[in-house]
Design a protein around this ligand. Structure first.
Ligand SMILES: [Zn+2]
Length: 320
């Protein structure tokens, strides 16, 4: 694996490359995609209605993980009753939130950025009866392609009436020419695609501080490390709440048991690990319901401690 460090404002920031390109360039055939039947799932959270939406999946192997080798990855797969010979399917989810009259979409899937195993969001929005024109805000958790790629189609807004909400930190990082120039060459295209998506919404861009309230009942929570401005979204209504933790965990069958394992796309690996440990501790202690962009669809459940690390307890669709 190929990694380089570069400096930003006196702080060492690591961007992992190499495996990132492997992922970007991996083009699964349509036949590999398979059929996903349950791809839009409604969940009440107090007065709000959350609709979990599948965008498809990313084929993953051990090369994207930091802190576990191929053998350890195969063992973890076996322990999770997965075929260690087969590429793991990493889910990509987004969540639409109906708050009163407003429809807010948290992340947009990958659009056309990562090939045919992704980009299902528009079809699943349609299946859920959500018109893209009715979406008033798209809230981006961080500027990685599998989260913003669906915001634009051929340089035009996929959600023509939406404002794009983003944190200042995240926007500042991915649109900085200086940071891009000091980043390894292989990761510079990631800056370009992020800046292009943001510029599509230039006239409808709302930049907020990390941890800011987005709207009543929707609050950003800063989860730094994966990217500098990576934010989850806490949804609360009355006594009910759901913590959309974005990319706290990428590869569930490995990282719940071994939360010290990171992913190559973590900008600051140590900080990402610290954040993951803190969040896991808290959601266990608070018995907090969570939703994750890379947890098996619909990606909603709870976390409990296990003999080794933690265990994800998905909430079956019939209980949602
Ligand atoms: Zn992601």
């Amino acid at each position: 694996m190929h990694r380089r460090d570069f400096l930003r404002s006196g702080t060492a920031v690591t961007i992992a490359a190499g495996s990132g390109l492997t992922l970007t360039l991996r083009r699964a055939t349509a036949a590999e995609h398979g059929a996903i039947v349950a791809a839009a799932q409604r969940v009440p959270v107090g007065e709000m209605t959350v609709t979990a939406l599948s965008d498809g999946y990313i084929p993953l192997d051990s090369s994207v993980l930091i802190g576990i080798d191929e053998e350890g990855f195969a063992e973890a797969a076996q322990a999770a009753f997965l075929d260690p010979e087969r590429a793991v399917r990493g889910a990509v989810n987004a969540y639409a939130v109906q708050v009163g009259e407003e429809t807010v979409l948290i992340d947009t899937g990958a659009g056309a950025l990562f090939g045919p195993t992704l980009g299902d969001l528009p079809a699943n929005l349609a299946a859920a009866g959500i018109d893209p024109g009715s979406v008033g805000s798209i809230v981006i958790t961080h500027l990685h392609g599998d989260h913003f790629g669906g915001a634009a189609v051929d340089g035009a807004k996929a959600f023509p009436n939406a404002r794009m909400i983003l944190t200042e930190t995240e926007h500042g990082f991915w649109t900085s020419e200086d940071i891009k120039a000091s980043a390894p060459e292989e990761v510079r295209p990631f800056f370009d695609t992020a800046a292009a998506a943001v510029s599509t919404y230039e006239d409808a861009l709302e930049l907020l501080p990390d941890g800011a309230e987005i709207a009543p009942g929707l609050v950003y929570e800063h989860l730094p490390g994966h990217t500098p401005g990576h934010n989850g979204v806490m949804l609360s209504s009355g006594d009910a709440s759901l913590f959309v933790w974005a990319d706290t965990i990428h590869v569930p069958h490995v990282q719940f048991a071994m939360p010290e394992v990171g992913i190559a796309f973590d900008v600051d690996r140590d900080l990402a690990r610290e954040t993951r440990a803190r969040v896991l501790d808290r959601v266990v202690a608070d018995r907090q319901a969570i939703a994750g962009m890379h947890l098996p669809f619909p990606g909603i459940g709870h976390v409990e401690t296990a003999t080794e690390g933690y265990r994800f307890v998905p909430t079956g669709w019939h209980y949602l």
